[in-house]
Design a protein around this ligand. Structure first.
Ligand SMILES: Cc1cc2nc3c(=O)[nH]c(=O)nc-3n(C[C@H](O)[C@H](O)[C@H](O)COP(=O)(O)OP(=O)(O)OC[C@H]3O[C@@H](n4cnc5c(N)ncnc54)[C@H](O)[C@@H]3O)c2cc1C
Length: 219
């Protein structure tokens, strides 16, 4: 197989995983991420710190050889405790048995793991670099170093957008051909709340083993 040059925009969960899988296939991979390297600067938070991982997400992590590494850092969530204002609390299980659970993983740590694995597989990661313009006919992308505003053009065989909801690549493609995107902004935001772990939550974790992973807690 000839090594194609894949340029990936965005080093979030999707971009880092894609970089890993393509690099493992022997492709030349460059990833451009506008933020600093969160492995050095620390995770900025946002978008809920913990991610609920279901079977579909685990399947692709297993395909990337990272299933066990992720599960070692995960907490099983078997259901949800409902606290009605007027009535008794109730536990609503997610599955038919304790083995059917979803997994809570720290979004930043998952991203770190994927970035490390992508780099180890040979992908080159460029932080502080964002996508500007794209010349689709010439297959060149303008990459801007946000530290000094220096712009340069990079040749690619394939340009892959993993740059999130407000994708710069999708906007550039829209200028090239009408994609008819449907974008509906939410008229509300979200807020992250922290609550200390209670003794009750600790005892729930020790009493209810989940068959496929080491750590368990009721959330
Ligand atoms: C409040 C909230 C809670 C969620 N909870 C869950 C959950 O529990 N489980 C779940 O499965 N999903 C959850 N999601 C959805 C999940 O967060 C997204 O599906 C996931 O983050 C998408 O990953 P991504 O890599 O495609 O994009 P992102 O995580 O958004 O990453 C995009 C990356 O691209 C970079 N970027 C952007 N523009 C440029 C540019 N021009 N040049 C270079 N880089 C650029 C950004 O800096 C960023 O690092 C939640 C979403 C929200 C909003």
């Amino acid at each position: 197989m000839s090594a194609r040059h894949h340029v990936i925009v965005g080093a979030g969960l999707a971009g880092a995983l894609l970089a890993l899988l393509l690099a493992r296939r022997g492709h030349r991979v460059d990833v451009f991420e506008r933020r600093p390297d969160q492995r050095i600067r620390g995770y900025e938070g946002g978008r809920s710190i913990n991610l609920a991982l279901a079977r579909r997400g685990l399947a692709v992590l297993e395909a990337a050889g990272l299933g066990d590494a992720v599960l070692r850092r995960a907490v099983a969530m078997r259901g949800r405790q409902v606290h009605p204002l007027g009535g008794p609390e109730a536990f609503l299980p997610y599955g038919r048995s304790d083995a059917e659970c979803i997994w809570s993983v720290h979004r930043g740590r998952l991203n770190h793991l994927l970035l490390d694995a992508a780099e180890a597989a040979g992908a080159r990661l460029h932080f502080h670099h964002r996508l500007g313009l794209v010349d689709f006919d010439a297959r060149r992308a303008e990459i801007i170093d946000d530290r000094d505003r220096h712009a340069r053009w990079i040749d690619f065989d394939a340009l892959l957008g993993a740059d999130g909801a407000g994708s710069a690549l999708r906007n550039a493609m829209q200028g090239h051909a009408d994609l008819h995107p449907e974008i509906t902004p939410l008229d509300h935001g979200y807020k992250e709340l922290r609550s200390p772990r209670t003794p009750r939550a600790v005892s729930a974790s020790s009493g209810m083993p989940c068959t496929s992973g080491p750590a368990a807690a009721s959330c």
